[in-house]
Design a protein around this ligand. Structure first.
Ligand code: UT7
Length: 322
């Protein structure tokens, strides 16, 4: 059987940084409240002229460079995104054309903040089925385009970005297992109302804004992520002590701390980027992964537990030997 192993990673953030203090000039909030309740200090916000695919392309090129892989040799491209440049073609098809990645299958998956884990899970199944030797998996979102900037309950939480991994077939894992779930009955707690995104920076008439019952989402997220940690360890007959790094979705440091407590892990074995990036939706896990690989914390051979939770509700995890 063929497993995917991570051959390279990359990421990309828009240049513009928006601090908590800047947001406090336009909505009734404060740096102290945002830091205490979420752990967020700043976020990167995309300019009008740029798009999700621009971020995805930079992250993908970084990942391909670090893997030393020619895009023309890719067999598959999967992009997790909820903020595509266009309704169609998919961001993955646009990315394929820009990278010169031949005629390999290319498609998006939409699972909001779990988008990257879903994309990784789908790619993993292609490898296991055989026939795919190299894949590019991207999580990219410009969630700032789905925000009502007068709603302090949501506008302080999100940022924009992209992260990517290049996977290569290997006889041994690699990605050991992925676990994907959804429960559509929770839609009223987290959804986008109104219109549909229309190209870079443009929202169709009527607006399209994230609506969230934050406190209720928080409680379900903590409960659900605890469960998926157990499921992932049991599926691999592993214990909590076997995990070297927890690389969680970066929505709220208090959710991350609760999952780490469940694993009995001290926070110095958890990758936390939420302070600098905010919640970058599908980009958050691969951005955190790339950050920790590039700064030398994550080393070859270590076991990583990746997890995410988001709108849908969707949630998922991946156990990876890097
Ligand atoms: O990644 C996708 C999934 N999303 C998440 O995982 C987000 C999960 N939820 C959260 O992270 C947290 O629930 C929030 C950060 C959104 C909110 O924190 P909380 O501790 O759950 O606060 P809360 O919603 O219970 O609100 C507490 C108070 C309220 O005021 P009152 O009613 O007690 O007077 C809010 O109006 O905080 C108020 N509040 C704010 N105050 C200052 C809400 N947002 C803000 C704000 N600044 N930005």
């Amino acid at each position: 059987m063929s497993y995917p192993r991570i051959a390279g990673t990359g990421s990309s953030l828009p240049e513009r940084i928006v601090t908590n203090a800047e947001l406090a000039e336009s909505v009734d909030t404060s740096d102290a409240w945002i830091r205490e309740r979420t752990g967020i200090g700043q976020r990167h916000i995309i300019d009008e002229a740029e798009s999700t695919c621009d971020l995805a392309e930079r992250a993908a090129r970084n990942a391909l460079d670090s893997a030393r892989i020619d895009p023309a040799t890719l067999d598959l491209i999967v992009v997790g995104t909820t903020t595509p440049d266009r309704i169609y073609p998919s961001t993955a098809c646009r990315l394929q054309a820009r990278l010169g990645a031949g005629e390999c299958p290319a498609f998006d998956v939409q699972a909001v903040c779990t988008g990257f884990i879903y994309a990784l899970g789908v790619a993993e199944k292609f490898f296991r089925a055989g026939g795919v030797g190299r894949a590019l998996v991207v999580g990219a979102d410009t969630h700032s385009r789905l925000l009502d900037w007068s709603d302090r309950g949501t506008c302080v939480l999100f940022g924009d970005g992209a992260g990517a991994v290049v996977l290569e077939a290997s006889d041994s894992p690699g990605v050991m297992s992925t676990h994907l779930h959804a429960d559509g009955r929770y839609e009223p707690l987290l959804y986008v109302d109104g219109g549909t995104p229309r190209g870079a920076g443009h929202i169709a008439e009527g607006g399209a804004y994230t609506k969230m019952q934050g406190n209720d989402v928080f409680k379900v997220a903590v409960r659900t992520l605890s469960r998926i940690v157990d499921e992932t360890l049991a599926a691999n007959r592993m214990g909590k002590v076997d995990i070297d790094w927890l690389i969680p979705h970066q929505a709220n440091v208090r959710i991350i701390e609760a999952t780490a407590r469940k694993l009995g892990m001290s926070m110095d074995r958890v990758i936390v980027t939420v302070e600098d990036h905010g919640n970058t939706s599908a980009a958050s896990v691969p951005l955190a992964l790339d950050t920790a690989i590039r700064d030398g914390r994550v080393q070859r051979g270590q076991v990583l537990l990746l997890e995410a939770f988001g709108g849908g509700f969707t949630w998922g995890s991946a156990l990876v030997r890097y």
